[in-house]
Design a protein around this ligand. Structure first.
Ligand SMILES: C[S@@+](CC[C@H](N)C(=O)[O-])C[C@H]1O[C@@H](n2cnc3c(N)ncnc32)[C@H](O)[C@@H]1O
Length: 451
Protein backbone atom coordinates (compact mmCIF):
# COMPACT_ATOMS: atom_id res chain seq x y z
CA UNK A 1 0.00 0.00 0.00
CA UNK A 2 1.12 3.50 -0.51
CA UNK A 3 3.44 4.68 2.11
CA UNK A 4 5.12 1.69 3.63
CA UNK A 5 8.16 1.52 1.38
CA UNK A 6 7.94 4.99 -0.14
CA UNK A 7 9.73 8.22 0.67
CA UNK A 8 7.74 10.81 2.59
CA UNK A 9 7.44 12.93 -0.54
CA UNK A 10 6.12 9.98 -2.54
CA UNK A 11 3.64 9.15 0.22
CA UNK A 12 2.42 12.73 0.22
CA UNK A 13 1.95 12.74 -3.53
CA UNK A 14 -0.13 9.60 -3.32
CA UNK A 15 -2.44 10.85 -0.63
CA UNK A 16 -5.84 12.28 -1.26
CA UNK A 17 -6.90 15.76 -0.19
CA UNK A 18 -7.42 14.71 3.42
CA UNK A 19 -4.17 12.77 3.47
CA UNK A 20 -6.10 9.76 4.52
CA UNK A 21 -4.44 6.37 4.34
CA UNK A 22 -5.61 4.01 1.67
CA UNK A 23 -6.60 0.46 2.29
CA UNK A 24 -4.11 -2.32 2.69
CA UNK A 25 -6.36 -5.27 3.22
CA UNK A 26 -5.02 -8.68 4.01
CA UNK A 27 -4.90 -10.34 0.61
CA UNK A 28 -6.92 -13.50 0.19
CA UNK A 29 -5.82 -15.81 -2.64
CA UNK A 30 -6.92 -14.15 -5.85
CA UNK A 31 -8.47 -15.98 -8.80
CA UNK A 32 -6.59 -15.87 -12.12
CA UNK A 33 -7.74 -13.17 -14.54
CA UNK A 34 -10.52 -14.35 -16.84
CA UNK A 35 -10.12 -13.81 -20.56
CA UNK A 36 -13.09 -12.84 -22.75
CA UNK A 37 -15.67 -12.92 -19.96
CA UNK A 38 -19.31 -13.14 -20.88
CA UNK A 39 -21.54 -10.56 -19.20
CA UNK A 40 -24.29 -13.14 -18.69
CA UNK A 41 -22.08 -15.32 -16.52
CA UNK A 42 -22.42 -15.23 -12.78
CA UNK A 43 -20.98 -12.10 -11.11
CA UNK A 44 -17.53 -12.58 -9.65
CA UNK A 45 -18.43 -10.52 -6.59
CA UNK A 46 -20.72 -13.22 -5.29
CA UNK A 47 -17.82 -15.63 -4.72
CA UNK A 48 -16.29 -13.18 -2.32
CA UNK A 49 -19.03 -13.20 0.26
CA UNK A 50 -18.47 -15.26 3.33
CA UNK A 51 -20.88 -16.50 5.90
CA UNK A 52 -19.97 -14.78 9.17
CA UNK A 53 -21.90 -14.20 12.35
CA UNK A 54 -23.99 -11.07 12.66
CA UNK A 55 -23.46 -8.38 15.21
CA UNK A 56 -22.33 -9.47 18.66
CA UNK A 57 -21.19 -7.08 21.34
CA UNK A 58 -22.71 -4.52 23.62
CA UNK A 59 -21.79 -1.12 24.95
CA UNK A 60 -23.66 2.12 25.15
CA UNK A 61 -24.12 2.34 21.41
CA UNK A 62 -27.69 1.29 20.62
CA UNK A 63 -28.10 -2.15 19.05
CA UNK A 64 -30.32 -2.72 16.05
CA UNK A 65 -33.45 -4.73 16.78
CA UNK A 66 -35.49 -4.54 13.59
CA UNK A 67 -34.62 -7.02 10.87
CA UNK A 68 -33.39 -5.38 7.67
CA UNK A 69 -34.57 -7.02 4.46
CA UNK A 70 -32.81 -8.44 1.40
CA UNK A 71 -29.24 -7.61 0.59
CA UNK A 72 -28.78 -5.68 3.82
CA UNK A 73 -28.93 -9.03 5.67
CA UNK A 74 -26.17 -10.72 3.67
CA UNK A 75 -22.70 -10.78 5.14
CA UNK A 76 -20.22 -8.56 3.33
CA UNK A 77 -16.51 -7.91 3.51
CA UNK A 78 -15.42 -4.40 4.43
CA UNK A 79 -12.21 -2.49 4.85
CA UNK A 80 -11.93 0.64 6.99
CA UNK A 81 -8.80 2.76 6.49
CA UNK A 82 -7.55 4.81 9.45
CA UNK A 83 -4.56 7.00 10.32
CA UNK A 84 -1.53 4.73 10.35
CA UNK A 85 -0.66 3.64 13.87
CA UNK A 86 -4.31 3.34 14.95
CA UNK A 87 -5.11 0.01 13.30
CA UNK A 88 -5.26 -2.01 16.52
CA UNK A 89 -7.41 0.60 18.26
CA UNK A 90 -9.74 0.72 15.24
CA UNK A 91 -10.06 -3.08 15.28
CA UNK A 92 -11.17 -2.85 18.93
CA UNK A 93 -13.62 -0.06 18.12
CA UNK A 94 -15.10 -2.02 15.19
CA UNK A 95 -15.50 -5.08 17.39
CA UNK A 96 -17.32 -2.92 19.95
CA UNK A 97 -19.60 -1.79 17.11
CA UNK A 98 -20.42 -5.40 16.25
CA UNK A 99 -17.90 -6.28 13.52
CA UNK A 100 -16.88 -9.89 13.11
CA UNK A 101 -13.31 -10.85 12.23
CA UNK A 102 -11.81 -7.38 12.61
CA UNK A 103 -8.27 -7.88 11.30
CA UNK A 104 -5.84 -4.96 11.48
CA UNK A 105 -3.33 -4.48 8.68
CA UNK A 106 -1.17 -1.53 7.69
CA UNK A 107 -3.44 1.48 7.13
CA UNK A 108 -6.76 0.00 8.25
CA UNK A 109 -8.88 -2.93 9.35
CA UNK A 110 -10.71 -5.62 7.39
CA UNK A 111 -13.98 -6.81 8.88
CA UNK A 112 -17.20 -8.59 8.01
CA UNK A 113 -20.86 -8.14 8.72
CA UNK A 114 -24.18 -7.03 7.32
CA UNK A 115 -24.57 -3.78 5.40
CA UNK A 116 -26.33 -2.11 8.28
CA UNK A 117 -23.18 -2.73 10.33
CA UNK A 118 -21.31 -0.59 7.77
CA UNK A 119 -23.97 2.10 8.15
CA UNK A 120 -23.55 1.96 11.92
CA UNK A 121 -19.75 2.13 11.63
CA UNK A 122 -20.14 5.24 9.46
CA UNK A 123 -22.39 6.76 12.09
CA UNK A 124 -20.37 5.80 15.17
CA UNK A 125 -16.71 5.20 14.34
CA UNK A 126 -14.42 7.89 15.73
CA UNK A 127 -11.24 6.33 14.27
CA UNK A 128 -12.10 5.10 10.76
CA UNK A 129 -11.55 7.38 7.77
CA UNK A 130 -14.11 5.59 5.61
CA UNK A 131 -15.84 2.24 5.09
CA UNK A 132 -15.27 0.33 1.88
CA UNK A 133 -17.42 -2.58 0.75
CA UNK A 134 -15.44 -5.15 -1.22
CA UNK A 135 -17.19 -6.07 -4.46
CA UNK A 136 -14.41 -7.62 -6.51
CA UNK A 137 -11.05 -9.24 -6.05
CA UNK A 138 -8.73 -11.17 -8.32
CA UNK A 139 -5.44 -11.32 -10.13
CA UNK A 140 -4.45 -9.01 -12.97
CA UNK A 141 -1.57 -8.45 -15.34
CA UNK A 142 -2.70 -5.31 -17.10
CA UNK A 143 -5.53 -2.83 -17.58
CA UNK A 144 -7.47 -5.22 -19.81
CA UNK A 145 -7.79 -7.72 -16.95
CA UNK A 146 -9.14 -4.96 -14.75
CA UNK A 147 -11.64 -3.91 -17.43
CA UNK A 148 -12.85 -7.47 -17.91
CA UNK A 149 -13.14 -8.14 -14.19
CA UNK A 150 -15.13 -4.94 -13.63
CA UNK A 151 -17.33 -5.67 -16.66
CA UNK A 152 -18.27 -8.94 -15.01
CA UNK A 153 -19.69 -7.31 -11.89
CA UNK A 154 -23.41 -6.57 -11.41
CA UNK A 155 -23.09 -2.79 -11.08
CA UNK A 156 -26.70 -2.06 -11.90
CA UNK A 157 -27.71 -4.17 -8.91
CA UNK A 158 -25.77 -1.80 -6.66
CA UNK A 159 -26.82 1.60 -8.03
CA UNK A 160 -28.91 3.19 -10.73
CA UNK A 161 -27.77 4.98 -13.91
CA UNK A 162 -29.06 8.28 -12.54
CA UNK A 163 -26.19 8.22 -10.03
CA UNK A 164 -22.85 9.85 -10.79
CA UNK A 165 -19.66 7.91 -10.20
CA UNK A 166 -15.91 8.37 -9.95
CA UNK A 167 -13.13 5.84 -9.70
CA UNK A 168 -10.04 6.44 -7.61
CA UNK A 169 -7.08 4.08 -7.77
CA UNK A 170 -4.41 3.58 -5.14
CA UNK A 171 -1.54 1.19 -5.61
CA UNK A 172 1.24 -0.55 -3.78
CA UNK A 173 3.92 -2.16 -5.96
CA UNK A 174 1.65 -2.22 -9.00
CA UNK A 175 3.44 -2.60 -12.35
CA UNK A 176 0.91 -0.31 -14.05
CA UNK A 177 2.33 2.95 -15.34
CA UNK A 178 -0.78 5.10 -15.03
CA UNK A 179 -3.25 4.80 -12.16
CA UNK A 180 -5.48 7.31 -13.93
CA UNK A 181 -5.71 4.97 -16.89
CA UNK A 182 -6.60 2.08 -14.58
CA UNK A 183 -9.39 4.24 -13.10
CA UNK A 184 -10.58 5.08 -16.61
CA UNK A 185 -10.76 1.41 -17.60
CA UNK A 186 -12.84 0.61 -14.52
CA UNK A 187 -15.16 3.50 -15.29
CA UNK A 188 -15.49 2.27 -18.90
CA UNK A 189 -16.30 -1.23 -17.70
CA UNK A 190 -18.98 0.00 -15.29
CA UNK A 191 -20.62 2.08 -18.02
CA UNK A 192 -20.35 -0.76 -20.56
CA UNK A 193 -21.96 -3.12 -18.06
CA UNK A 194 -24.88 -0.72 -17.63
CA UNK A 195 -25.28 -0.50 -21.43
CA UNK A 196 -25.00 -4.27 -21.84
CA UNK A 197 -27.78 -4.64 -19.30
CA UNK A 198 -29.91 -2.62 -21.67
CA UNK A 199 -30.04 0.62 -19.75
CA UNK A 200 -28.53 4.05 -19.61
CA UNK A 201 -25.03 4.53 -18.29
CA UNK A 202 -24.20 6.68 -15.26
CA UNK A 203 -22.22 9.85 -15.79
CA UNK A 204 -18.96 10.77 -14.11
CA UNK A 205 -18.52 13.43 -11.45
CA UNK A 206 -14.89 13.39 -10.35
CA UNK A 207 -15.42 15.94 -7.56
CA UNK A 208 -18.54 14.89 -5.70
CA UNK A 209 -19.71 11.54 -7.06
CA UNK A 210 -22.81 9.89 -5.64
CA UNK A 211 -21.01 6.56 -5.88
CA UNK A 212 -17.25 6.70 -5.32
CA UNK A 213 -15.42 3.53 -6.34
CA UNK A 214 -11.98 2.58 -5.14
CA UNK A 215 -9.58 0.32 -7.01
CA UNK A 216 -6.71 -0.98 -4.90
CA UNK A 217 -3.81 -2.51 -6.81
CA UNK A 218 -1.04 -4.67 -5.48
CA UNK A 219 1.68 -6.34 -7.54
CA UNK A 220 -0.64 -8.82 -9.20
CA UNK A 221 -3.94 -8.56 -7.32
CA UNK A 222 -6.71 -5.99 -7.51
CA UNK A 223 -9.55 -5.29 -5.11
CA UNK A 224 -12.58 -3.21 -6.05
CA UNK A 225 -14.61 -1.40 -3.44
CA UNK A 226 -17.79 0.60 -3.24
CA UNK A 227 -16.87 3.51 -0.99
CA UNK A 228 -19.80 3.67 1.41
CA UNK A 229 -18.65 6.89 3.07
CA UNK A 230 -17.90 9.63 0.52
CA UNK A 231 -16.29 12.62 2.23
CA UNK A 232 -13.94 11.15 4.85
CA UNK A 233 -15.35 10.42 8.29
CA UNK A 234 -13.08 12.94 10.01
CA UNK A 235 -15.25 15.59 8.36
CA UNK A 236 -17.79 15.40 11.11
CA UNK A 237 -19.30 18.78 10.33
CA UNK A 238 -18.48 20.13 13.81
CA UNK A 239 -15.11 21.80 13.29
CA UNK A 240 -15.83 25.21 11.78
CA UNK A 241 -12.47 26.85 12.47
CA UNK A 242 -9.18 24.99 12.24
CA UNK A 243 -5.93 25.95 13.95
CA UNK A 244 -2.83 26.58 11.85
CA UNK A 245 -1.86 22.93 12.29
CA UNK A 246 -5.00 21.06 13.30
CA UNK A 247 -5.05 17.45 14.28
CA UNK A 248 -7.13 15.13 12.17
CA UNK A 249 -10.25 14.23 14.19
CA UNK A 250 -9.68 10.48 13.74
CA UNK A 251 -6.17 10.85 15.05
CA UNK A 252 -7.35 12.95 18.01
CA UNK A 253 -9.91 10.28 18.92
CA UNK A 254 -7.25 7.58 18.53
CA UNK A 255 -4.81 9.44 20.79
CA UNK A 256 -7.48 9.61 23.50
CA UNK A 257 -7.95 5.84 23.22
CA UNK A 258 -4.20 5.17 23.28
CA UNK A 259 -3.87 7.39 26.36
CA UNK A 260 -6.53 5.29 28.08
CA UNK A 261 -8.75 8.32 28.59
CA UNK A 262 -12.43 7.82 29.26
CA UNK A 263 -15.22 10.03 30.50
CA UNK A 264 -14.70 11.01 34.12
CA UNK A 265 -10.90 11.26 33.99
CA UNK A 266 -9.82 14.95 34.10
CA UNK A 267 -8.38 15.92 30.72
CA UNK A 268 -6.32 18.99 29.84
CA UNK A 269 -4.96 20.17 26.50
CA UNK A 270 -2.80 23.20 27.39
CA UNK A 271 -2.04 24.00 23.70
CA UNK A 272 -5.46 23.24 22.31
CA UNK A 273 -5.41 25.23 19.04
CA UNK A 274 -8.88 24.73 17.54
CA UNK A 275 -9.69 22.27 20.33
CA UNK A 276 -9.82 19.04 18.30
CA UNK A 277 -8.77 16.78 21.19
CA UNK A 278 -11.23 18.43 23.56
CA UNK A 279 -14.05 18.26 21.04
CA UNK A 280 -13.47 14.56 20.44
CA UNK A 281 -13.30 13.95 24.19
CA UNK A 282 -16.51 15.87 24.91
CA UNK A 283 -18.39 14.07 22.12
CA UNK A 284 -17.19 10.75 23.45
CA UNK A 285 -18.12 11.65 27.04
CA UNK A 286 -21.63 12.64 25.96
CA UNK A 287 -21.95 9.64 23.63
CA UNK A 288 -22.59 11.88 20.61
CA UNK A 289 -22.36 9.85 17.39
CA UNK A 290 -19.75 11.62 15.21
CA UNK A 291 -21.68 10.95 11.99
CA UNK A 292 -25.01 12.43 13.09
CA UNK A 293 -24.53 15.71 11.23
CA UNK A 294 -23.60 14.44 7.79
CA UNK A 295 -24.60 12.34 4.80
CA UNK A 296 -22.91 9.25 3.40
CA UNK A 297 -22.35 7.74 -0.05
CA UNK A 298 -24.26 4.56 0.91
CA UNK A 299 -27.45 6.64 0.88
CA UNK A 300 -27.16 6.58 -2.96
CA UNK A 301 -26.98 2.81 -3.28
CA UNK A 302 -29.89 0.50 -4.12
CA UNK A 303 -29.29 -1.40 -0.88
CA UNK A 304 -30.00 1.72 1.18
CA UNK A 305 -32.88 1.17 3.57
CA UNK A 306 -34.25 4.59 4.48
CA UNK A 307 -36.38 3.27 7.33
CA UNK A 308 -33.58 1.28 8.93
CA UNK A 309 -31.19 4.24 8.59
CA UNK A 310 -33.73 6.63 10.13
CA UNK A 311 -34.04 4.21 13.02
CA UNK A 312 -30.25 3.97 13.50
CA UNK A 313 -30.04 7.76 13.54
CA UNK A 314 -32.97 8.09 15.92
CA UNK A 315 -31.39 5.56 18.29
CA UNK A 316 -28.11 7.50 18.14
CA UNK A 317 -29.91 10.75 18.94
CA UNK A 318 -31.63 9.09 21.89
CA UNK A 319 -28.31 7.63 23.12
CA UNK A 320 -26.67 11.05 23.40
CA UNK A 321 -26.41 12.17 27.03
CA UNK A 322 -27.74 15.54 28.12
CA UNK A 323 -25.05 18.24 28.18
CA UNK A 324 -23.37 18.43 31.59
CA UNK A 325 -20.20 19.82 33.15
CA UNK A 326 -17.26 17.62 32.20
CA UNK A 327 -13.75 17.64 33.70
CA UNK A 328 -12.34 18.67 30.32
CA UNK A 329 -10.07 21.72 30.22
CA UNK A 330 -8.21 23.57 27.50
CA UNK A 331 -6.07 26.62 27.01
CA UNK A 332 -3.98 28.31 24.35
CA UNK A 333 -1.68 31.27 24.46
CA UNK A 334 -3.27 32.72 21.33
CA UNK A 335 -6.65 34.41 21.95
CA UNK A 336 -7.64 33.74 18.33
CA UNK A 337 -7.21 30.03 18.98
CA UNK A 338 -9.33 30.22 22.11
CA UNK A 339 -12.08 31.82 20.01
CA UNK A 340 -11.67 29.14 17.32
CA UNK A 341 -11.96 26.36 19.90
CA UNK A 342 -15.04 28.02 21.37
CA UNK A 343 -16.64 28.22 17.92
CA UNK A 344 -16.00 24.54 17.26
CA UNK A 345 -17.20 23.32 20.63
CA UNK A 346 -20.27 25.54 20.41
CA UNK A 347 -21.10 24.07 16.98
CA UNK A 348 -21.08 20.63 18.57
CA UNK A 349 -23.28 21.85 21.45
CA UNK A 350 -20.63 21.08 24.08
CA UNK A 351 -19.06 24.47 24.82
CA UNK A 352 -20.83 24.80 28.15
CA UNK A 353 -19.57 21.36 29.22
CA UNK A 354 -15.85 22.20 29.08
CA UNK A 355 -13.65 24.97 30.48
CA UNK A 356 -11.47 26.95 28.08
CA UNK A 357 -9.23 29.93 28.74
CA UNK A 358 -6.37 31.89 27.34
CA UNK A 359 -3.22 30.85 29.20
CA UNK A 360 0.41 29.95 28.73
CA UNK A 361 1.06 26.20 28.93
CA UNK A 362 4.30 26.99 30.70
CA UNK A 363 2.53 28.59 33.68
CA UNK A 364 -0.96 27.05 33.77
CA UNK A 365 -1.80 25.01 36.85
CA UNK A 366 -3.23 21.49 36.99
CA UNK A 367 -7.05 21.63 37.20
CA UNK A 368 -7.22 18.42 39.29
CA UNK A 369 -4.96 16.32 41.50
CA UNK A 370 -4.56 13.70 38.78
CA UNK A 371 -5.59 13.30 35.18
CA UNK A 372 -4.42 13.05 31.60
CA UNK A 373 -2.70 15.92 29.83
CA UNK A 374 -2.76 15.45 26.08
CA UNK A 375 -1.50 17.86 23.46
CA UNK A 376 0.36 18.35 20.25
CA UNK A 377 2.76 21.18 20.96
CA UNK A 378 3.85 23.52 18.19
CA UNK A 379 6.69 22.13 16.12
CA UNK A 380 9.02 23.31 13.39
CA UNK A 381 7.40 21.88 10.29
CA UNK A 382 4.22 23.88 10.66
CA UNK A 383 4.66 26.35 13.51
CA UNK A 384 7.87 28.24 14.04
CA UNK A 385 8.82 28.68 17.68
CA UNK A 386 11.41 31.38 18.34
CA UNK A 387 13.47 28.93 20.36
CA UNK A 388 12.08 25.40 20.28
CA UNK A 389 14.83 24.00 22.51
CA UNK A 390 14.07 26.47 25.30
CA UNK A 391 10.32 25.93 24.88
CA UNK A 392 10.52 22.15 25.24
CA UNK A 393 12.84 22.44 28.24
CA UNK A 394 10.46 24.88 29.93
CA UNK A 395 7.50 22.62 29.08
CA UNK A 396 9.26 19.65 30.68
CA UNK A 397 9.98 21.72 33.80
CA UNK A 398 6.35 22.92 33.96
CA UNK A 399 5.07 19.34 33.74
CA UNK A 400 7.42 18.20 36.50
CA UNK A 401 6.58 21.09 38.80
CA UNK A 402 2.81 21.37 38.36
CA UNK A 403 1.49 18.05 37.06
CA UNK A 404 2.78 15.45 39.50
CA UNK A 405 0.21 12.65 39.58
CA UNK A 406 -0.77 13.21 35.93
CA UNK A 407 0.26 11.38 32.81
CA UNK A 408 1.17 13.56 29.83
CA UNK A 409 0.78 12.42 26.23
CA UNK A 410 2.48 14.61 23.66
CA UNK A 411 2.23 14.10 19.92
CA UNK A 412 5.13 15.53 17.99
CA UNK A 413 6.88 15.20 14.66
CA UNK A 414 9.95 16.81 16.13
CA UNK A 415 12.63 14.16 16.73
CA UNK A 416 14.36 16.59 19.10
CA UNK A 417 11.43 16.75 21.56
CA UNK A 418 12.39 13.67 23.61
CA UNK A 419 15.93 14.94 24.14
CA UNK A 420 14.97 18.52 24.87
CA UNK A 421 12.02 18.02 27.21
CA UNK A 422 14.19 16.48 29.92
CA UNK A 423 11.65 13.77 30.86
CA UNK A 424 11.89 10.04 30.35
CA UNK A 425 9.18 8.74 28.02
CA UNK A 426 7.47 5.54 29.16
CA UNK A 427 5.98 4.94 25.69
CA UNK A 428 6.72 6.15 22.15
CA UNK A 429 4.00 5.23 19.71
CA UNK A 430 4.52 5.92 15.98
CA UNK A 431 1.51 7.74 14.48
CA UNK A 432 0.87 9.73 11.33
CA UNK A 433 -0.79 13.15 11.33
CA UNK A 434 -1.63 13.17 7.62
CA UNK A 435 1.70 12.68 5.86
CA UNK A 436 3.68 13.76 8.91
CA UNK A 437 5.40 10.96 10.81
CA UNK A 438 4.97 11.63 14.53
CA UNK A 439 5.50 9.92 17.85
CA UNK A 440 3.07 9.94 20.74
CA UNK A 441 5.18 10.15 23.91
CA UNK A 442 3.85 9.18 27.30
CA UNK A 443 5.37 10.79 30.39
CA UNK A 444 4.28 9.60 33.83
CA UNK A 445 4.68 12.48 36.21
CA UNK A 446 5.20 10.76 39.50
CA UNK A 447 4.05 12.43 42.74
CA UNK A 448 6.90 13.43 45.02
CA UNK A 449 9.64 12.28 42.66
CA UNK A 450 9.34 14.09 39.38
CA UNK A 451 11.03 12.19 36.59
C1 LIG B 1 -0.09 22.34 16.76
S1 LIG B 1 -1.17 23.54 17.43
C2 LIG B 1 -2.40 22.58 18.22
C3 LIG B 1 -3.46 22.18 17.28
C4 LIG B 1 -4.62 21.51 17.94
N1 LIG B 1 -4.27 20.20 18.48
C5 LIG B 1 -5.80 21.40 16.98
O1 LIG B 1 -6.13 20.29 16.57
O2 LIG B 1 -6.34 22.40 16.58
C6 LIG B 1 -0.26 24.18 18.74
C7 LIG B 1 -0.93 25.29 19.52
O3 LIG B 1 -0.08 25.62 20.61
C8 LIG B 1 -0.32 26.96 20.90
N2 LIG B 1 0.81 27.44 21.75
C9 LIG B 1 2.07 27.73 21.38
N3 LIG B 1 2.79 28.08 22.46
C10 LIG B 1 1.97 28.01 23.54
C11 LIG B 1 2.10 28.24 24.92
N4 LIG B 1 3.27 28.62 25.44
N5 LIG B 1 1.04 28.05 25.73
C12 LIG B 1 -0.16 27.67 25.21
N6 LIG B 1 -0.36 27.45 23.89
C13 LIG B 1 0.69 27.61 23.07
C14 LIG B 1 -0.42 27.62 19.56
O4 LIG B 1 -1.12 28.87 19.67
C15 LIG B 1 -1.18 26.58 18.76
O5 LIG B 1 -2.56 26.86 18.75
Amino acid sequence: MRGRHLSLRAQKALRKADTEPGPQPPTPPAPEPRRRPRPAEKPAGRELRRGVPGEPGGGRIPRPTRKAAGVARQSQRFFAPCPRGLETELAKELTELGAADAVPSSGGVAFAGELRLAWRVNLWSRLAVRVLQQVGHGRYRGEDDLYEAALDLPWSAWFGPERTLAVHTVAHASPLKSLNFASLRIKDAVCDRFRADGGERPSVDPRAPDVPLLLYLERDAYTLYLDLTGAPLNRRGFRLQAAAAPLNENLAAGILRLAGWHAGIPLLDPMMGGGTLLLEAAMQALNIAPGLKRHFAFEHLTSFDRVEWARLRKDAQAAALAPRALPIYGCDIDPAMVRAAETNLRAAGVLDCVRLKQADALTVGAPAAAGILVSNPPYGVRLQQANPAAFYRALGDALKQRFAGWSAWLLSADPELPRRIGLKATRRIPLYNGPLECRLYEYRLVTGRPD
